[in-house]
Design a protein around this ligand. Structure first.
Ligand code: FES
Length: 222
């Protein structure tokens, strides 16, 4: 339809048909770039840190073992000092007493000459229970009769037999008498026995002479 005051409407053709309208603009959802958050550690730093940490652990692993021997920590139980109170110390000439936590037999010898013929000042001996042959634990056999007397240390593995007064070897394949641990007698008559592989003294036929007279202040001499 013509307008009375101007040109015909743009939307009307000569034939009067309505012209197709232009498509309405569509909103485009354009993603907005966000700043990438910074990582606290870069990959390079992470790899370097892993390398140096691994190297440090390797050094500590290699060097730590010898240091542990050079500067031993406060060892308790076997391998360190074992205190023994007076009530656990056998009377002179009595059967030896087993000190389980220290893995030794504590003997108290009478001064003089032993039944096996060795001289001794008398006193205490801490005899390591480990057989010097192949390491079996050697029990005290109060009921075991041998060579006309009763009461011996007798290894159950291969029969090594040791005297009551000092663990002197009298029979069997062991290469020597029982090893001993050094001990010290304190003022209150308790004792401290130094145990462990590194502190043991090799057993020999003079074990009875190494007994420590049971007096305060005395200690085992090499
Ligand atoms: S281990 Fe004791 S005799 Fe062989």
């Amino acid at each position: 339809m013509d307008s009375e005051n101007g040109p015909p409407d743009k939307a009307t053709t000569e034939e009067g048909a309505a012209a197709p309208s232009a498509p309405a603009p569509q909103a485009v959802d354009t993603p907005i770039a966000q700043p990438v958050p910074r990582r606290p550690f870069s990959r390079r730093l992470f790899i370097l840190g892993g390398f140096w940490s691994g190297l440090l652990l390797a050094v500590v692993g290699v060097a730590g073992v010898p240091l542990d021997f050079v500067f031993p920590r406060n060892v308790k139980g076997f391998g360190g000092p074992i205190p023994v109170t007076p009530d656990r110390i056998p009377a002179e000439g009595e059967d030896p007493i087993r000190i389980f936590e220290g893995r030794f037999w504590l003997a108290n010898l009478k001064a003089g000459v032993t039944a096996n013929g060795e001289e001794t000042p008398g006193g205490l001996l801490a005899l390591w229970q480990k057989c010097p042959h192949l390491g079996c634990t050697v029990p005290w056999r109060a009921d075991f009769s041998f060579r006309g007397s009763k009461g011996w240390f007798r290894c159950p593995c291969h029969g090594s037999t040791y005297t009551k007064d000092g663990g002197v070897l009298v029979e069997g394949p062991a290469p020597r008498p029982l090893d001993i641990f050094p001990l010290k007698i304190k003022d209150d008559l308790s004792i401290v026995v130094q145990t462990g592989e590194g502190t043991s003294l090799k057993g020999n036929a003079l074990n009875p002479s190494r007994a420590t007279p049971y007096q305060p202040g005395n200690e085992t001499s090499d």
